[in-house]
Design a protein around this ligand. Sequence first.
Ligand code: NMN
Length: 332
Amino acid sequence: MSNQETTLEEATHRINQLRTDLIEWTRQYYVLDQPTVEDHVYDESYRQLTELEQAFPSLVTPDSPTQRVGGQVLPGFEKVTHEIPMLSLGDVFSIEELSEFDQRLQKSVESEVSYNAELKIDGLAISLTYENGVFIKGSTRGDGTIGEDITENLKTVKSIPLTLTEPISLEVRGECYMPTKAFIALNKRREEAGEATFANPRNAAAGSLRQLNTSETAQRQLSTFIYYLVNPEQLNVKTQSEALERLTKLGFRTNNESRVTNNMTEISAYIAEYQAKRHDLSYDIDGIVLKANLFAIHDEVGNTVKVPKWAIAYKFPPDEQETIVLDIEWTV
Ligand code: NMN
């Protein structure tokens, strides 16, 4: 397309079409892990959009796919107050302790409790705020009450939608992490450049999110799993498993390994399954999380000062690979 001959009207039309396609392809690729077009098709549309936006700068919008590359140099990170605190989770290290937690909860609500069992992703907790479907603020957990504004860094993370599929206002929380492959590649690049390597993907993700130059964050290939809807009544969902489905439809990446469990036998089976599979996953996990599936139970039992009473984390014991490393260190 020759830009000299392209009118503003034609450019607007073509840009809208390219953005619609690119946003949907990005969602399929980064959110659903199911690309529907080949890379060269995506790359060609991206190139056309970049060229048109260069020729018509007045048509560049903050939610354009081309704005994901970062480029801002931030003076620092402003503080953000979490109106609803970002609590951490209580944790246990054995099935017995988990069973005690379950019995306590069942007793306090006087009914049988089903749990949504989820993987505990080893990353950093983040909070995302949308206004009328547009991403306006992203922050770290910090001390739970006050975190840091990392909006510009999070805009470069491709699995975070800049616009939702519906124009609604909401806050969600989840985990930002570095996939194993990206972590290995990053450390290799750093080693070759004579730079210090990161000890684990979690540290690498933390360092990547706190870059003042956002184009550095953009290169780190971070990803996300969203696992919490702050006001579920807003979307009229009654359970955590329903909330996750709704979040996926809104455009968020959710983890598809979660499962509703109805008793300790099913919970133990889930734990055993993922303890065995953990090194086959493309990201690090350090345990599983159980959340009472019914939101009515969350409201009924509430939180302690620090942790919710309706959820618990079960941490995996050191596995064989780690044990081997420990043994080697021990004998050296
Ligand atoms: O930096 P971005 O634009 O996300 O692209 C990185 C790589 O990912 C490129 O090689 C691109 O082709 C690929 N990609 C492919 C699709 C697709 O639908 N095939 C979507 C997004 C990115």
